[in-house]
Design a protein around this ligand. Structure first.
Ligand code: ATP
Ligand code: MG
Length: 251
């Protein structure tokens, strides 16, 4: 089976320093992949190289068999790469429903846009997304009244309305309470199979809750891949990351 997202020998160098160094990764359709590694391992840089926020120094990124690594960022978004940013881009003065509507119509033509709010299909899709992200009962609430966790879920919902082919999430649970983190795990588990996700995370209990396969990077390189059990038993991973309280020990 062809991978939906494939990184081949992806490299990012600053002068002599390779912060991502010949990194390979394959993520298949419907998979939820976790990307782990100590601080400075190159995880965020890897996400930036996938989205086009940063330029590759070498290697290739393919989406569904098409090499996209020389495409500008906005074209990659159009091709179905979606990233959830740390700081949610929600409209504070609008309700949850209005935010989802805005996200939904952002990629439609202006003509289509004029009619879309009355469109039953659109409203159904918004309700569906709202339940996926645990905001079904909060649709009429203004975004500035949401908790930190709910705001993050709203942004995940806004990404979902775009029907992206793969969702890239860099530390989605940062700043969340334990309860919100657990709920986020349930949300992600509900997306498996129908959505493809690549999630960078340090919180190991969260990773245990959601992970199918886990890839570990260290100093820009591939270190290990497998089930969460494989990874937790892997001696090298324990030495560089899990062992020294690495996973919890976060900037
Ligand atoms: N503009 C830059 N110039 C030089 N080095 C950089 C630059 N940007 C990032 N780096 C280095 O690249 C390395 C990888 O950083 P990156 O942010 O990708 O790590 P990370 O795995 O996301 O870490 P964390 O878990 O702390 O978020 C780090 O050593 C960082 O200092
Ligand atoms: Mg990072």
């Amino acid at each position: 089976m062809m991978a939906l997202l494939e990184l081949h020998q992806v490299t990012k160098a600053y002068d002599e320093l390779k912060v991502v160094d010949g990194f390979d990764l394959k993520v298949h359709r419907g998979e939820l992949r976790c990307l782990l590694g100590p601080n400075g391992a190159g995880k965020t840089t890897t996400i930036d190289l996938i989205t086009g926020r940063q330029k590759l120094s070498g290697g290739q990124v393919s989406l569904d068999g098409t090499v996209i690594s020389d495409w500008p960022e906005h074209m990659r978004v159009r091709a179905g790469l979606a990233r959830k940013f740390q700081i949610p881009a929600v409209f504070k003065g609008l309700t949850v429903r209005q935010n989802l509507e805005a996200a939904f119509t952002r990629h439609l033509s202006p003509i289509r846009n004029m009619f879309v709010f009355r469109d039953r299909e659109t409203q159904d899709r918004i309700d569906e997304v709202a339940s996926l992200v645990n905001l079904k009962d909060r649709l009429r609430v203004r975004a500035d009244e949401l908790s930190h966790g709910e705001t993050q879920w709203l942004e995940i919902g806004m990404v979902l309305t775009q029907n992206a082919r793969i969702l890239l999430m860099d530390e989605p649970t940062a700043g969340m309470t334990t309860q919100e983190t657990h709920k986020t795990g349930e949300i992600f588990n509900g997306l498996k199979g129908t959505h493809t996700l690549l999630v960078v995370e340090h919180d190991m209990s969260f990773v245990r809750q959601i992970a199918d396969r886990v890839t570990v990077m260290h100093m820009g390189r591939f270190l290990a891949e497998g089930t969460i059990q494989d990874i937790e038993r892997n001696e090298e991973v324990q030495r560089v990351y899990l062992g020294q309280g690495g996973a919890g020990h976060h900037a």
